[in-house]
Design a protein around this ligand. Structure first.
Ligand code: PHE
Length: 340
């Protein structure tokens, strides 16, 4: 056995590797679990007890020399690769960086926030898992009132007080409870409604809610703010139209339409030949809501509005299927250039 060890030691010493295959050959023969070295270790059982100590020492030396040699072979192969490669041609054009781009919904959210930040709105966030108070009760949805049915709510089975928020209006309650007017805030975020997924609807989508509370805030302020936004976002010739509507938390309430920028109001498929497309809801904050949030409705008034981020992204880029936003198809996502 001793001679065998010496012969192997010699072989290891003389081994050279000029490519990866030879390196692998070395590894298999001397390093791996099925190597000759491993074999010798398993033969230790047959060595006489008095010789075991010395044999063990020899085998450990053999193993050690194989490992050292292996390291040597790897580094000499690496060096050879580096020195044999062609000199760098500094005149070659660089390989372009393949940078990722922002998701279209992020681009829209960013643009909306920037437009409102310019007129003094800050940004606030709230939890996606809400309690009944912030999602409904404080917003003037009376208990068991049919208005709650307007929003197909996901309830948590064990606790009817816990819901997935159906709108980001819940954040306006949190902001008003914590802060004092004047309040000018925008709350973007994910919302959830129990709707069947289709080309137009999804059970998870995004909204931005705006809230402005101060002394003497009027409906005219709301209208002007929305007009400013529509022109900034959709183009300077955009007009807006407010149609009377109903939300429990605003009075009066309105639906917000913008003039169809796709056909210039001549009539097209997108505006269903009406010249107008709906982008959200708005209204003057109901005095009951202010009271629920400890703000004196005799002293303060305010407006609120809410828009679907998917909806206006689809209009802006003429995307005809809401499901594309969540499918992560790189061919879709690649078409959107990030804005800084
Ligand atoms: N929260 C409403 C919705 O989700 C939108 C809205 C917000 C309406 C603020 C009026 C004021 O439908």
């Amino acid at each position: 056995m001793k001679e065998r060890v010496d012969a192997l030691k010699d072989e290891i010493k003389r081994f050279t590797a000029s490519n990866k295959d030879q390196l692998e050959e070395f590894r298999l023969k001397f390093i791996s679990r099925k190597s000759v070295v491993a074999d010798l270790f398993s033969n230790m059982k047959s060595v006489l007890p008095e010789d075991r100590k010395e044999m063990g020492k020899l085998l450990n030396e053999l193993k050690h020399s194989a490992q050292e040699k292996f390291k040597e072979l790897i580094s000499s192969l690496d060096n050879r690769k580096a020195s044999s490669s062609a000199p760098v041609d500094l005149t070659l054009p660089p390989i372009p960086d393949t940078l990722g781009s922002l998701h279209p919904l992020s681009i829209t959210r960013k643009r909306i926030l920037e437009i409102f930040e310019r007129i003094g709105f800050n940004v606030s966030y709230g939890p996606e898992i809400e309690d009944d108070w912030h999602n409904f009760t404080a917003l003037n949805f009376p208990e068991n009132h049919p208005a709650r049915e307007m929003q197909d709510t996901f309830f948590i089975e064990r606790d009817p007080d816990v819901v997935l928020r159906t709108h980001t209006s819940s954040v306006q309650v949190r902001v008003m409870e914590k802060g004092k007017p004047p309040i000018r805030t925008l709350s973007p975020g994910r919302v959830f409604r129990n709707e069947a997924i289709s080309v137009r609807a999804h059970c998870i989508f995004h909204q931005v809610e705006g809230l402005y509370i101060d002394k003497n805030v009027s409906f005219a302020d709301l209208k002007q703010t929305l007009l400013y936004f529509a022109k900034e976002f959709f183009g300077k010739n955009t007009k807006i139209r407010l149609r009377p509507s109903y939300f429990p938390f605003t009075e009066p309430s309105a639906e917000l339409d913008i003039s169809c920028f796709i056909c210039g109001q001549k009539g097209c498929k997108i505006c269903k030949h009406t010249g107008w497309v709906e982008i959200g809801g708005c209204g003057m904050v109901d005095p009951n809501v202010l009271e629920n949030c400890n703000i004196d409705p005799d002293e303060y008034t305010g407006f609120a509005f809410g828009m679907g981020i998917e909806r206006i992204t689809m209009l802006k880029y003429q995307i005809n299927d809401i499901r594309l936003f969540t499918e992560n198809d790189i061919r879709f996502l690649r078409q959107f250039k990030s804005v800084n």
